[in-house]
Design a protein. Sequence first.
Length: 116
Amino acid sequence: MVTAISKSKLLFGRDLRNNPTSWEIKLWKHLRDKNLGYRFKRQVFIGGYIVDFCCAAKKLIIELNGGYHRQDMRKIDDQQRLSFLKKEGYSVLSFWNSEIDKDINNVLEKILNALR
């Protein structure tokens, strides 16, 4: 499905790529340059949504969530987004920022399992 992306969304996506969170930086060190055997991109547009990391070859999306995602309205938006992405054939792995801090190796193992 091809969706036109507004200039403001393109600029927002660029801003996200240029100003990653510390958790995105930490995970990106492991995902970049095919370190896990597959190519990942950051802040990818899919439909009208921007996903944190995407491996197109495996249709795998990785999302990092902070406290913002615990808000009730955000939970509803996240569920709609997840439903759309699954309809498009993507698998989505979500991790809390605290998981990246506490046990990055466990996170990487889950990602590797999803890639297999």
